[in-house]
Design a protein around this ligand. Sequence first.
Ligand SMILES: Nc1ncnc2c1ncn2[C@@H]1O[C@H](COP(=O)(O)OP(=O)(O)O)[C@@H](O)[C@H]1O
Ligand SMILES: [Mg+2]
Length: 509
Amino acid sequence: MTNEITLLLGGVMVNATPIDGQKVTLSAQSLNRHGLISGATGTGKTKSLQVLIEELSGIGVPSLVMDIKGDISGLGAEGSTNKIIEKRAHHIQMDWVGKSFPIEFMSISDEPGILLKSTISEFGPVILSKILSLNETQTSLLSILFLFCDDKKLPLLDLNDLKTVLRYASNEGKDEIQKMYGLVPISSAHAIMRRLTQLEQQGGNQIFGEPSFDVDDLCKVDENGLGMINIIRLTDVQSKPTLFSAFMLALLAEVFEVFPEKGDVDKPELVIFIDEAHLIFKNASKELLDQLDTIIKLIRSKGIGIVFITQTPDDIPENILSQLGFKIQHALRAFTAKDRKAIKLLSQNFPESDVYNVENLITELGIGEALISSLDRKGRPTPLVHSLMRPPYSRMDILNPSEINSILKKSELGAKYNQEIDRESAHEILMDRIEHMLEKEEEEEEEKEATIKTKPKTRRREKTQFEQIMTSSIGTTIVRELTRGILGVFGISTSTRRTSSKTKSKAKR
Ligand SMILES: Nc1ncnc2c1ncn2[C@@H]1O[C@H](COP(=O)(O)OP(=O)(O)O)[C@@H](O)[C@H]1O
Ligand SMILES: [Mg+2]
């Protein structure tokens, strides 16, 4: 199937002049090859992002947008025309009409929106270790603890659960765990605890827990066939790079795992836009970067496109940059000799052009103009084009608070996710389990007692302390069924994580 679906991006420019009626389009399948929108502040990146998202929504492709600056919400309202828009539309010879697009607000913090949560057990020990930058010993301890919790049917939901288990493992439960699974190095336990506390200070409690988000819910179309635009408002996350990368990695891993193989598709299933992408890469450990690199490589086959938006391509690590198939390059500023050198280098990465002098053009592009390069279906670069970007159909400004509120109120997903799970009954379930466990152990011990007269009492006491520890944590935790095939995690490569989320999301549907 080679049904080319094209997205209208703008009109062709040559010698800084629009060639009226010559349209610049991007094949929808190239979104599946990942991309980059870059340029200095104020050069038109956000508007290009808006245009891409509109075009995708128009062909029924949903998006997920990490909106760090909070400036993309205008997609939810019709744009109004003005002289500049009319002039652009005239050059491009396109019909410009104000249109609004269906949006959902999502959140991983105090920002209003559908909370995107995952439980600790869904994260799994592998991903969690990467996020926490644990060394080998610490990673294997974490894996042991997951195994222990799996065996003992102890639900690991939020950070508090994990902290409690860590505390237990380094104190009362140490002997028990060592007997069953191997060494519990106390210094490692402490190190993990410190990392967990750091993550907690960045607001980790907001992303771990229940109800856990089903990534299939990112792939909706509205009643008119428009792809949903899921905007994650991250305005307060700039100071929390670890949390942000943790969330990103977990999300990508989840998407990778849940989505079926697609191969080369005419249009992507979902496109993820990451604004201010340098935030993800800043402070990220090598481990984390490798993990990201792998996931970005693999996720293509699932029909997922990832588009980074950042000021200069230099913000993106080389191995990830080399995977980005299309580029929308807005103007860069050359203030220093270093800038000029960087631009020269950058311009050599664009396909050669008889029409344009790339090196000069990059600094001379007007606002809302860009150099666009892409790959065709065979992976060959398409001719470079200087584009006058089309004006967005939606509002070029943000929504006001009451507009945002009315979208939040209307949201069906909001009704599904933003409800407190009944902590009371959850508490009871956990209590029940522990009691049940204790009763069973007691019975077993009584049986043993009957046969062996001289039985030391220590084991019984240990369990009581265990019960105390577990009960102390559940005040703030919620229970869900523990069906994690934790062992599976060790069977797959480190590029994936748990095995059971598929079962989970199926069960939810
Ligand atoms: N495609 C476009 N059509 C019309 N105006 C645009 C376009 N792109 C940019 N502009 C103008 O330039 C301004 C800055 O663009 P913006 O996308 O916010 O820049 P950046 O995200 O790079 O800082 C916008 O507010 C708008 O007035
Ligand atoms: Mg911007």
